[in-house]
Ligand binder design. Structure first.
Ligand SMILES: [Zn+2]
Length: 195
């Protein structure tokens, strides 16, 4: 019999497996676990599709960054929307949270890509989401960038925010939107795992 409360580790087919394994050892939690996948609702899919639409407004204009969209929903109503327009400009989450203002508290944020967790040209979006006190974040797809990989989601979870990872067609669409970026970052993550 399993010890009570022992986390059940599941094989992870995630795109940043080496980092996830480290993450799992550290936190005894795999962010790709099926329980999270099961938590995706039809409503979540609809809002993720809206976030994808927003991301597509800057498709091909964000290099070297990925195109990302974000929607903030409170009580069944969209209270903030945003997308990353180009490198050097704020990230999608920043615009969406700005639009939401105080309404972000207790809201659900939909982001097409895992929120960044590192200080680049902008402060980390994971921090911005924590500071805005959102209750739940639905992530379209994990970011394989070694500087982000699972850390964005870990930061949210450590702050008590529920993190849900999209699955199915919407997840695929979130990946395909930035296919080049995802492949570039996967290669970088593989290099980092080797060293
Ligand atoms: Zn960001």
């Amino acid at each position: 019999m399993h010890a009570q409360g022992a986390p059940k580790m599941q094989a992870c087919s995630g795109i940043h497996r080496p980092t996830l394994r480290l993450y799992s050892q550290q936190h005894r939690l795999c962010v790709c676990r099926n329980s999270l996948r099961g938590a995706v609702t039809d409503e979540d899919r609809a809002y993720m599709r809206r976030a994808l639409e927003l991301a597509k407004k800057a498709e091909g204009k964000t290099f070297p960054n990925p195109a990302v969209g974000c929607v903030v929903v409170k009580d069944g109503r969209v209270v903030g929307e945003g997308f990353h327009p180009k490198a050097g400009k704020p990230h999608a989450e920043v615009y969406a949270l700005r639009g939401a203002g105080n309404q972000a508290e207790g809201a659900t944020a939909y982001v097409t890509l895992e929120p960044c967790n590192h200080h680049g040209r902008t402060p980390p979006c994971s921090r911005a989401l924590v500071d805005a006190r959102v209750a739940r974040v639905v992530v379209g797809v994990g970011d394989p960038n070694p500087l982000v990989a699972s850390e964005g989601m870990a930061t949210l979870e450590r702050a008590g925010i529920q993190v849900v990872i999209m699955d199915g067609l919407e997840r695929e669409a979130c990946y395909d939107l930035n296919k080049d970026f995802m492949e570039r970052m996967k290669a970088a993550a593989a290099m980092a795992a080797k060293s």
